[in-house]
Design a protein around this ligand. Structure first.
Ligand code: SF4
Ligand code: SF4
Length: 379
C-alpha cells in the first residue's frame, strides 16, 4: 500500500485562466477527483490568502485567475453551496478583493465573498499548543474548507504557504492576540499545526506561478516560479515549496512541528511527487522548476539554551527596522502591533517614522506585514 503523501506539481507559466483551469483539472484528477474530497451537498468555504489590499502584480494575495479557475471547476462539477472569505490582516474580504478581478470572477460564478461577521469560541482539548480558538461564524457553519494559499516568504516562519494560510481562520483581532500568546516561531508554528488539525482543510492549492521572495509576506518582491502545487497534506506541500526554493524543509517550524504532531510529512522519501506527465523525483523537479536565487531566510536554526540566552540578552535576534526614506507616517504599524503599550510608536505621539522599543518587541513582525510602503525591513 502506498502511504506516501501525494503532492501534485503543475507547471504553469502565466496567469491565463484557461491554462490554469486545464491544469487544475488534471491535478484534481491525479488526487482522485473532487468528489473523493467533497460531497456535492456540502457547504464549502474557499480560503485564499488575502493579507491586505495590494495590486495583484505584487504577489501579496492569491491570484484572482487561480481563484476564478478553481471556482469554475467547482461550479461545473455541481457544487452549489460555495462561499469565499478570509480574516484579512487589514480590511475585510470584500474590501481586499475589490477591483482585483477576483470580485468580478466570483460574481460571475455566483460565489459569495463574505466578510466574517462574528467570532465563535471553539474548544480543541487535544491541542498540543492551543486548546481553544476563536473562529469566524462562517467557518463554523461550513462543512468543508479548501485552502487557496500563496507561495511567499515570511519573517517569523521563513515561509507562508499551506500551513500558515490557515491563520486566516482566526477571527479578526484574535489574530493579533495569538501573536502575544505564541510569540516564538516554534510556539506559533505549533499553534498553526493545531489549527490545521482542528479545521482540517480537505485540500490545499498553492499559487506559485508568481511567488513572493525577500521581505514577505507583504513587502517582498514578485518572482516567477511557474508552478501550482496541490495536496491534501499541507506539510508535504510546504516541503516541496521549500525544496524548490533551496530551503531545507525541516528549517521551517511548521514543517518540523507539523510532522511531529501528525499533520503531515516533510521528508522526501514520504512524498510522492506527480506531474501531469507522471511521477517525478524531487531532484528532477528542483532542477527543472527550482530557483537557487530565491531570497528566503536560510540561516541556521537556534533552539534550546542558545535561543533562550539570545532572547534574554536581546541579541542575535531578527528585528524589524524602519527605512525612514520610505515611511509616510500612516501609523498602520503602530495599530497592528499586538503588544500592550505598543512596541513601535511615534515618539511623543508625533513625528515620523515611529520608533521601536526592542525590549517590548516580541518579533511577531505584524508591523512589517502590514506596512503599505515596504518601509519596514528585518535585520
Ligand atoms: S506602516 Fe510603514 S509607512 Fe506607515 S508609519 Fe509604519 S513604517 Fe511608516
Ligand atoms: S513592533 Fe512589530 S514586531 Fe515588534 S511586537 Fe510590535 S508588531 Fe510585532
Amino acid at each position: 500500500m502506498n502511504k506516501k503523501s501525494k503532492v501534485i506539481l503543475l507547471p504553469c507559466e502565466a496567469y491565463e485562466e484557461e491554462r490554469i483551469y486545464t491544469n487544475l483539472k488534471k491535478g484534481l484528477e491525479l488526487l482522485g477527483g473532487l468528489d473523493s474530497l467533497v460531497k456535492k451537498e456540502e457547504k464549502i468555504l474557499l480560503k485564499p490568502n488575502l493579507l491586505k489590499r495590494a495590486e495583484v502584480e505584487k504577489a501579496v494575495i492569491t491570484h484572482p485567475a487561480l481563484v476564478g479557475a478553481f471556482g469554475r471547476i467547482l461550479k461545473e462539477e455541481g457544487y452549489k453551496n460555495v462561499i469565499l472569505g478570509d480574516s484579512c490582516g487589514t480590511g475585510s474580504t470584500r474590501k481586499v478583493i475589490k477591483g482585483t478581478g477576483m470580485d468580478a470572477a466570483l460574481e460571475k460564478l455566483g460565489i459569495s465573498a463574505v466578510d466574517f461577521s462574528q467570532g465563535v469560541h471553539v474548544a480543541y482539548p487535544q491541542g498540543i499548543q492551543a486548546k481553544v480558538f476563536v473562529i469566524p461564524k462562517e467557518l463554523k457553519e461550513s462543512d468543508c474548507v479548501i485552502s487557496l494559499c500563496k507561495m511567499k516568504t515570511h519573517a517569523l516562519e521563513r515561509i507562508t504557504g499551506a500551513v500558515k494560510n490557515s491563520y486566516g481562520f482566526i477571527y479578526g483581532l484574535h489574530k493579533a492576540k495569538g501573536h502575544t500568546r505564541y510569540p516564538s516561531a516554534d510556539s506559533f508554528a505549533r499553534m498553526l499545526v493545531d489549527l490545521n488539525l482542528y479545521v482540517k482543510p480537505r485540500l490545499y492549492v498553492m499559487d506559485g506561478i508568481v511567488a513572493m521572495e525577500g521581505n514577505g509576506p507583504g513587502s517582498g518582491d514578485p518572482v516567477k516560479m511557474g508552478v501550482m502545487l496541490l495536496s491534501k497534506d499541507p506539510v508535504a506541500l510546504d516541503s516541496v515549496f521549500c525544496s524548490l526554493v533551496h530551503l531545507k524543509p525541516q528549517m521551517v517550524p511548521t514543517n518540523y512541528h507539523g510532522e511531529k504532531m501528525g499533520l503531515g510529512v516533510w521528508r522526501k522519501e514520504d512524498i510522492q511527487l506527480l506531474t501531469p506527465e507522471g511521477e517525478i523525483s524531487l531532484e528532477k523537479a528542483v532542477k527543472t522548476y527550482g530557483n537557487t536565487a530565491f531570497r528566503v531566510d536560510r540561516r541556521p536554526i537556534r533552539r534550546g539554551l542558545w535561543e533562550r540566552m539570545a532572547k534574554a540578552l536581546n541579541i542575535f535576534q531578527k528585528k524589524p527596522y524602519i527605512d525612514k526614506s520610505l515611511c509616510i507616517g500612516c501609523g498602520i504599524c503602530v495599530k497592528s502591533c499586538p503588544v500592550p503599550g505598543k512596541a513601535v510608536n511615534f515618539k511623543n505621539g508625533k513625528g515620523k517614522p515611529p520608533v521601536y522599543d526592542y525590549k517590548k518587541c516580541i518579533r511577531c513582525f505584524c508591523c512589517q506585514e502590514m506596512c503599505p510602503k515596504k518601509a519596514i525591513k528585518v535585520k
